[in-house]
Design a protein around this ligand. Structure first.
Ligand SMILES: [Ca+2]
Ligand SMILES: [Ca+2]
Length: 319
């Protein structure tokens, strides 16, 4: 087949010919001025029938360049260490904050609305349950919560753990090989793919009882205290109880004015450790505190009947 190449064209075409026809392109200076010896070797040993067929439809040079494509991350995983189910939240951009311009003064710290870009991450689909927290305690000897208090509001292993401090939540996450979500990740995940909505299910407060456990009972909300995790339908990302049940500790420190100048990509929160974010509202709150943009915070050593957590893992850390 190489006889098809004229001698006068050899400098022009031999390199291309070799690149087209050998399964692995041969690069480097060696090929810039191929010798007759090399050509003879190629004729004798070079390319098989399959490759000759390819010569009829040579690929463009650009297509021969090596392009590494990362294998796609699985949508749903079960995390080995704690056995929790997690879903992939794809990288993307969203408008973070109170796009409704809510009237309550406490919503002022959720403005201005600002665009945030996030890398992909996995998030626990459930709040960390009492059962999983017990496993963590058994393996680490970490300090025990007040079980009488926990049992009063979260009576079974399927209920969310409460009475955990921020550093308890961090200790659990470290043990599991995870981390707490940033506030931006939490809000992006809570929105469930909806843009500019008030709650994970949309704007309507009249249907809130169908979607969340908050103060009082009615409709599908049968719980005076905590419900077992996953008692309502998931949001658009497959996450349960992002609104209500227990407040969820986030990794970030809290600053009232952080949204005014926070970084646009993967905002880590301000360098403040005296107060930590809590998100999503709880079983004892009015529905308005379940808004996806609503921010709450407390000192990291606070522990009470309202506060739990869930964990996440960066997509880049997926094993
Ligand atoms: Ca309730
Ligand atoms: Ca929650």
């Amino acid at each position: 087949m190489y006889l098809l190449v004229s001698l006068s064209d050899r400098d022009l075409h031999l390199e291309d010919l070799i690149s087209y026809n050998c399964k692995k392109p041969i690069g480097g200076n060696m090929m810039r001025k191929p010798s007759w010896i090399l050509l003879a070797l190629l004729i004798l040993t070079g390319c098989d029938d399959e490759i000759i067929k390819e010569e009829k439809k040579p690929k463009a040079v650009s297509e021969t360049e090596s392009i590494e494509i990362e294998p796609p991350l699985p949508d749903k995983i079960t995390w080995d260490k704690d056995g929790s189910k997690m879903v992939l939240i794809l990288a993307g951009k969203f408008k973070m904050g109170d796009s409704k311009n809510e009237p309550e003064p406490r919503m002022r710290d959720a403005r201005p609305v600002h665009r945030v870009e996030l890398d992909a991450f996995y998030m626990d689909i459930y709040e960390v349950s009492v059962g999983r927290y017990k496993k963590f305690l058994a393996e680490t000897g970490h300090r025990q919560p007040d079980w009488n208090a926990v049992n009063e509001y979260s009576p079974t292993d399927e209920h969310p753990i409460v009475f955990v401090r921020w550093d308890d939540a961090v200790a659990y996450a470290n043990w599991a090989g995870k981390r707490l979500p940033t506030e931006a990740e939490w809000e992006y995940a809570a929105r469930g793919g909806l843009a500019g909505k008030r709650y994970p299910w949309g704007d309507g407060e009249d249907v809130a009882r169908d979607h969340a456990n908050y103060n009082g009972v009615g409709g599908k909300d049968k719980w005076k205290y905590c419900s077992s995790v996953g008692s309502f339908e998931a949001n658009g990302h497959g996450l349960y109880d992002m609104a209500g049940n227990v407040y969820e500790w986030c990794a970030d420190g809290y600053s009232k004015g952080y949204y005014k100048n926070s970084p646009a990509k993967n905002p880590p929160g301000p360098n403040i450790d005296s107060s930590r974010l809590l998100r999503g509202g709880s079983w004892t709150n009015d529905v308005s505190l379940l808004r996806v943009a609503s921010r709450n915070h407390n000192i990291p050593t606070n522990k009470n009947r309202l506060n739990g957590f869930r964990c996440c893992v960066s997509g880049s850390d997926y094993p």
